[in-house]
Design a protein around this ligand. Structure first.
Ligand code: NAD
Ligand code: DAU
Length: 360
């Protein structure tokens, strides 16, 4: 069956893996990558598929309602996979409004564009169980807040966001559900844990530390380093998105996670060891770069996902171990130092200089 799908944020980290998967796996689909190309969006992430006949790029900001209307009219998509967002917690602490604009208002703009385009099929009095149209919102486990030493986030866990980033994502999730409940828009939401892998922007823990090890800069570990995250290889996330887009239940939420919890300091020490091996350094060279710095305000202590629903209902589970995924990731960064140099120049470099250089 041929389909036309708008993927927002397709030039970013996760979005580029989703676009690549859909363009190559479904040659009969038309995939429109809609992205504003902020500091985090980069068409170099898609060089290998940019000439595919079923791929179209549209440089559009989701805050521009006229442009959204134009794109929806022009392509008449039957699906939307929405990843475009401001995604970095530290930036949300410095500039919360940017997160309100893109993550909340941008999402509502997209919901309105889809609602308008699909208006003839929507009818709140006869619930829409069709998967003919689908608005898929890609969200985060951070909406659930922080866990103590034990327990997991399930799809029933109450929302309790703490950072401006997670508050904006929680708000966008609520709007997506509201459009389902009020206007019968066929939606599905996933809440995923920390991704890692190729094309990850080097402001986030793993790629930042890989880059700093390569360039012999300090590795700034926040607080006591005992914060815990659940890590998932980005290609496994893309596979889960494919499954949920095609087979997820209308109106439902699915948690996605790696069954792979790591305390930050343990992960950083493993990364240092693997980097020393790959770079031929003496043991302990990279660990010597570890520097404990002031904690992130409102830092959530622990995230852990119970991904049993998507496993039981759709048969998804991660395909690579953390050791395999991390080794592949390190290899990719070592083979793509030009990409690293490019994305850490210009606007990002300015930001890095101002906000990160003097932490301690
Ligand atoms: P990213 O920052 O790497 O990419 C975001 C993309 O969105 C970029 O290409 C950027 O240009 C685009 N964008 C930003 N603002 C835009 C706007 N106003 N209009 C159009 N495009 C815009 O983000 P990511 O890490 O790939 O995350 C993608 C999505 O997945 C986000 O919604 C994020 O909340 C969610 N998520 C991320 C993770 C993770 O670990 N990275 C985990 C769970 C969920
Ligand atoms: O849980 C899913 C979320 O994971 C996504 O929704 C976000 O978009 C994504 O950015 C990520 O958020 P985190 O805040 O968990 O990721 P980050 O890489 O920024 O930080 C991971 C952990 O490492 C966190 O406990 C903070 C810590 N950290 C981070 C940086 C950048 C450090 O100790 N030092 C650092 O320099």
């Amino acid at each position: 069956m041929s389909r036309t799908i708008i993927i927002t944020g397709g030039a970013g980290f996760i979005g580029s893996h989703v676009v690549r998967l859909f363009v190559t796996k479904y040659p009969e689909y038309t995939i429109i990558n809609l992205d504003a190309l902020t500091y985090a969006g980069n068409l170099e992430n898609l060089r290998d598929i940019e000439n595919a006949p079923n791929y179209i790029f549209e440089k559009v900001n989701i805050l521009d309602t006229a442009e959204l209307e134009r794109v929806f009219k022009q392509y008449n998509p039957d699906g939307v996979i929405h990843l475009a967002a401001e995604s970095h917690v530290d930036r949300s602490i410095l500039s919360p409004l940017d997160f309100v604009y893109t993550n909340v208002i941008g999402t509502v703009n997209l919901l309105n564009a889809a609602k308008q385009q699909w208006s003839t099929t929507l009818n709140p009095s006869t619930p829409n169980n069709s998967t003919l149209n689908r608005f898929y919102h890609v969200s985060t486990d951070e909406v659930y807040g922080a866990l103590g030493e034990t327990g997991f986030f399930t799809e029933e866990t109450k929302y309790d966001p703490h950072s401006p980033y997670s508050a904006s994502k929680a708000s966008s999730d609520h709007f997506v559900r509201a459009y389902h409940d009020t206007f019968d828009l066929p939606v599905v939401i996933t809440n995923c844990s920390n991704n890692y892998g190729p094309y990850h922007f080097p402001e986030k823990l793993i790629p930042l530390f890989i880059n700093n090890i390569i360039t012999k800069k300090p590795l700034p570990v926040y607080g006591d380093g005992q914060y815990t995250r659940d890590w998932l290889f980005v290609k496994d996330h893309a596979v889960a998105i494919d499954l949920v887009f095609h087979k997820g239940k209308n109106g439902d939420t699915y948690n996605i996670g790696g069954f792979n919890e790591w305390k930050n300091i343990d992960l950083v020490k493993l990364l240092c060891k693997l980097m020393d091996e790959k770079l031929g350094n003496a043991a302990g060279t990279s660990e010597a770069l570890i520097t404990y710095v002031k904690d992130r305000p409102g830092h959530d202590r622990r995230y852990a996902i119970d991904a049993s629903k998507i496993n039981k209902e759709l048969g998804w589970k991660p395909s690579v171990t953390f050791e395999e995924g991390l080794a592949q990731t390190i290899d990719w960064y070592l083979e793509n130092t030009e990409w690293l140099k490019h994305v850490t120049s210009g606007e990002y470099q300015q930001y890095y200089g101002e906000q990160y250089a003097n932490r301690g």
